[in-house]
Design a protein around this ligand. Structure first.
Ligand SMILES: Nc1nc2c(ncn2[C@@H]2O[C@H](COP(=O)(O)OP(=O)(O)O)[C@@H](O)[C@H]2O)c(=O)[nH]1
Ligand SMILES: [Mg+2]
Length: 321
C-alpha cells in the first residue's frame, strides 16, 4: 500500500502532479477491488463555498474542450488554481476524443496551478460515475478551488455525470437541433447555465430566441442565464466565469450548494452499495439456476428474487466474516 499521507502532502505542499496521478489511480483501483477498500482520504467531505465543481456538457463538437481551456486561462488570470477532469462515459478506453481534448488543453500542462486528467469507464457497474465523486473529493481535499468536469461521451450516462457537478453548464451552438437535442437528453432541466458557444456562427439570435421560448414554457421563476461565447477567441468567457463565481456564492448562501452536495453523497452511497451487491451476486452459486427456473416459468420472478436475495445475504455475510 502506498503511503497515502505522504502522497497527499506532496500534492498539497508542492503540487506534485505525479503524486496526484498516483492518488487518483489508487481511488480507481480501490473501487475495482472486492472490499471497496479505503484509500485514506475517505471521510467527511470538507464543506464550504471555497470551491466549486462546474460540469460542462453538450453535444460532441459544441466546443466544450475549447471553452474549458479558455476557462482555465480565465481562472488562472485570477490567480486561482484549477483541476479539470475529462470524462468519457461511452468508452472503456481513453480513446481519440480524450486525446484530442488533452491536446487542446496542452498549453496549460506545464502550469503547476493546473491539473488535467482524463477518466474513462472501467466497464464495471456504474463505471465511471463511481470514481468521479471520489476523485472530485480528492481534488477538493488537496485544495483546488475550481474543478471543471467535461463529459466527452453522449447519451444517458452524460446526464448522470451532470449530476456530479455543483453547477451544470450546458453548451449549445447556433442552429436548429441543438436545443432540441438538449431537451431530449434531459439536459434542459439539469442546466444551471446555458452557453451558446460559436456565437460567431450564423443563427445565434434564432437559437437564443428558441431557448428563451423553451425556458418560458418551462415556467421556472428563476430561469438559467444564457451566455454567448466564442471559445476560439475567448469572447464571453470572462462573463461566464463571473456568472459561475456569482452562482457559487449565491448557492452557498442559500444552502443550495450544501443540499446538492448532500444529495450527491447519498447517490454515491447507493451506487457503492449496488456495486457491492453486484459483486456478491456474482459469487452466488445458484444464481444461474434461479435465472433458468424463472426463465422456464417453474418459479415466479418474485419467488426467485426472494431466494436470490436470501442467498446473497448468506454469501455477503460469509465474506464479511
Ligand atoms: N467558429 C467557432 N469554432 C469553435 C468555437 N469553439 C470551438 N470551436 C471549434 O469547434 C471544434 C470542436 O471543439 P471542441 O472544443 O473539441 O468541442 P467538444 O467536442 O465539445 O469538446 C474545434 O475545431 C474548435 O476549434 C467557437 O466559438 N467558434
Ligand atoms: Mg471535448
Amino acid at each position: 500500500m502506498a503511503d497515502v499521507g505522504a502522497l497527499l502532502e506532496r500534492v498539497q505542499v508542492a503540487r506534485d502532479k505525479g503524486a496526484l496521478a498516483r492518488l487518483i489511480s489508487l481511488v480507481e483501483r480501490s473501487l475495482a477491488d472486492e472490499s471497496l477498500g479505503e484509500v485514506g482520504f475517505d471521510g467527511p467531505a470538507p464543506e464550504g463555498d471555497g470551491y466549486a465543481v462546474a460540469g460542462f456538457t453538450g453535444a460532441p463538437g459544441a466546443g466544450k474542450s475549447t471553452l474549458v481551456d479558455r476557462m482555465i486561462g480565465a481562472i488562472r488570470a485570477r490567480e486561482e488554481e484549477v483541476a479539470v477532469l475529462a470524462v468519457d462515459p461511452s468508452s472503456p478506453f481513453s480513446g481519440g476524443a480524450i486525446l484530442g481534448d488533452r491536446i487542446r488543453m496542452q498549453s496549460h500542462t506545464s502550469d503547476p496551478g493546473v491539473y488535467i486528467r482524463s477518466l474513462a469507464t472501467r466497464g464495471h457497474l456504474g463505471g465511471l460515475s463511481i470514481a468521479v465523486p471520489e476523485v472530485v473529493r480528492l481534488l477538493q481535499r488537496v485544495g483546488y478551488p475550481w474543478i471543471l468536469v467535461e463529459t466527452v461521451g453522449v447519451g444517458q450516462v452524460e446526464v448522470e455525470v451532470v449530476g456530479e457537478a455543483d453547477i451544470t453548464v450546458v453548451v449549445l451552438n447556433p442552429g436548429w437541433g441543438d436545443s432540441v437535442q438538449a431537451s431530449k437528453a434531459g439536459l434542459m432541466e439539469a442546466a444551471d447555465v446555458f452557453v451558446i458557444n460559436k456565437a460567431d456562427r450564423p443563427g445565434l439570435r434564432e437559437t437564443k430566441r428558441d431557448l428563451e421560448t423553451m425556458l418560458d414554457l418551462g415556467g421556472s421563476p428563476n430561469p438559467p442565464p444564457i451566455i454567448e461565447t466564442v471559445a476560439t477567441s475567448g469572447d464571453g468567457v470572462a462573463r461566464l466565469l463571473d456568472t459561475l463565481v456569482g452562482m457559487r456564492s449565491e448557492m452557498a448562501a442559500s444552502g443550495e450548494l450544501a443540499r446538492r452536495r448532500g444529495e450527491r453523497r447519498v447517490r454515491e452511497l447507493e451506487r457503492l452499495v449496488q456495486l457491492g451487491w453486484g459483486r456478491v451476486l456474482a459469487r452466488v452459486p445458484i444464481a444461474t439456476s434461479i435465472r433458468e427456473r424463472v426463465g422456464a416459468g417453474t418459479v415466479t420472478p418474485r419467488a426467485g428474487a426472494r431466494e436470490l436475495l436470501r442467498e446473497m445475504l448468506l454469501v455477503g455475510a460469509e465474506s464479511e466474516g
